[in-house]
Design a protein around this ligand. Structure first.
Ligand code: SF4
Length: 543
């Protein structure tokens, strides 16, 4: 680091390592300093998996195990009203959620089969595609974790840093390298970032999670606006294709969209720039309070100009050229569902599981169908969907028929099935207040029945608590779980948020709590009003 920092410490110390504020500042910072989260793997393999759940001490159980993708899941039968009143250990079940990172959303057919096998053998067949292109399994026993790792790692998959205060999965365009209208393929940069930095102790104790997106698609298909660092494909008038650099996006209870730094980054420079931004977060990020520890708070305080100066002077040692702003995406849909032509004449086929819920057996069927169609590549999307790449035109129809036969809609996907997402919710999540997946799936079925001809792009995102894992503030209709006065499930409504063409945080309808039983009526009413009043080409967020 340079001798003279660009920025001075704030009057009130925020626990920034760059200013020597190293002492433990909260419980999480203490356990991270005492022992790196990555080190828990050895104890899992040598002690906990042999001696069982009861042998795991609290700081590993609810802390360091996240560094290897493991969260305890919610004990069944605890209602949402008790979420905030119980101690963490009272909410813990003896089973785990296991998150498998799929950087760039990329899976080979053997990798998909391996996840399917693990789900079936060790996860009661559960599997959810997340809106960060991961796959999450449930009901995992600690005794089985070493064997699960063995099977996943045998095909090149990992759960390392899938959770925790670490560089999480790197989002990438699901159609990187094949899309006909791609600006450039970000895959080499994603591969390099994960190869060099995931598992590197230099980045395994960040102030909080650190989310990355890299996409050279003009469709802005990785939700770059809500990542800590994003590289968005642009064409520089003199330097050619490369990336526009964005930092500081994140949702949760203090949502902020990422800001452009105005800097142009070549494909080759992406890993170094990524390390610079992650290094700023590690060194200057706020560690005093967990709820101010995301990069967005630092970016808000510094502003884009100071952030860029620190990056260039203290971390890169050279200036980056100014670059152009990415043009708006050409359409309101970014979900890849349907049949599309690739640059090489083959096709990619996007299918819509409902709210990301799949299963081990279903993933095995997808692997079989992809292989039968001559494909070895499946991709996950940030809309909880999946895509089969590299399908010869004559093999498309059998593949589509096969996917639709197992409930994955391709040509027959309604706008509601395409546009509805849900977080994990009370079924497994210890922070949840209400049910999400099943209720959102019912909502989709009901809206399809009631409005079969509605075909406008619309996003309906359902969250089980204020944490916004399913991105309610950037949905056309965001539904945040709350409790009704009688203790039953209800949803606070957030309208008019968006990404891409209509990027913005929308507004919360304070005071309105829609009871779960009235959700279909409410969403239908709003959607019908939009359909009646919209101007030609107008999107929900513009209405
Ligand atoms: Fe859990 Fe809340 Fe995230 Fe849903 S939004 S997965 S309930 S933390």
């Amino acid at each position: 680091m340079a001798q003279t920092p660009v920025v001075a410490p704030p009057k009130r110390p925020e626990g920034q390592w760059a200013f020597g504020e190293r002492e433990p500042l909260n419980a999480n910072e203490r356990f991270k300093l005492e022992d790196d989260g990555l080190n828990v793997r050895h104890r899992i393999e040598t002690v906990y998996a042999r001696e069982g759940f009861a042998s795991i001490p609290g700081e590993d159980l609810r802390g360091r195990m996240r560094w290897w993708g493991l969260y305890t899941q919610r004990k069944p039968g605890i209602d949402g009203g008790r979420t905030a009143t119980l101690e963490p250990h009272e909410l813990d079940d003896e089973y785990f959620m296991l998150r498998v990172r799929c950087d760039g959303g990329a899976l080979s057919v053997p990798q998909l089969r391996a996840i399917a096998d693990v789900s079936t053998a060790f996860g009661r067949g559960t599997a959810d595609i997340t809106d960060r292109q991961n796959i999450q399994l449930h009901w995992v026993r600690i005794e089985d974790v070493p064997e699960i790792w063995r099977r996943l790692e045998a095909v090149g998959l990992t759960t390392q840093e899938a959770c925790g205060d670490t560089p999480r999965v790197v989002l990438g365009s699901p159609v990187a390298g094949v899309a006909a209208d791609e600006i450039l393929d970000g895959t080499p940069a994603i591969d390099e970032i994960t190869r060099r930095f995931v598992g590197d102790p230099a980045f395994s104790n960040l102030p909080r999670k650190f989310k990355t997106a890299v996409s050279g698609s003009p469709h802005h298909d990785v939700a770059h606006e809500i990542n800590d660092v994003s590289f968005v494909g642009v064409v520089h008038p003199e330097l050619g294709p490369g990336f526009d650099l964005w930092v500081g996006g994140a949702l949760s209870t203090n949502p902020r969209l990422a800001v452009r730094l105005g800097a142009f980054v070549t494909l080759e420079q992406v890993p170094a720039v990524w390390a610079g931004v992650a290094g700023i977060f590690r060194d200057y990020g706020y560690r005093r309070l967990r709820n101010r520890a995301r990069l967005k708070f630092l970016v808000a305080d510094w502003g884009a100009e100071v952030f860029r100066e620190v990056l260039e002077r203290e971390y890169l040692g050279h200036a980056l050229p100014d670059g152009p702003e990415p043009p708006p995406p050409p359409s309101g849909r970014r979900d890849h569902v349907g049949v599309h032509e690739q640059a090489d004449g083959l096709r990619y086929v996007g299918a819509a599981p409902t709210v990301g819920r799949v299963s081990g057996p279903l993933l095995a069927q997808v692997a079989d169908l992809a292989a039968a169609a001559g494909s070895d590549r499946v991709r996950l999307t940030v809309e909880q969907k999946l895509v089969v790449l590299d399908v010869a035109p004559e093999r498309v129809d059998p593949l589509v028929a096969g996917l639709e036969a197992v409930g994955l809609r391709v040509r027959g996907a309604s706008t509601f099935r395409r546009g509805t997402m849900a977080c994990t919710g009370i079924e497994y999540c210890k922070l949840a207040i209400v049910e999400t997946k099943a209720r959102a799936a019912d909502l989709v079925d009901e809206l399809e029945r009631r409005m079969p001809d509605f075909d406008q792009p619309i996003s309906i995102n359902v969250n089980g608590c204020p944490n916004s894992c399913a991105r309610i503030q950037v949905a056309d209709i965001g539904l945040k779980g709350v409790l009704a006065p009688d203790g039953s499930d209800a949803y606070q409504v957030h309208l008019g948020g968006g990404l891409g063409l209509t990027s913005g945080l929308g507004r919360t309808l304070r005071g309105l709590r829609v009871p779960a039983s009235e959700l279909p009526d409410y969403v239908e009413r709003v959607t019908r009003r939009f359909d009646e009043q919209r101007l030609d080409g107008e999107h929900f967020a513009e209405w």
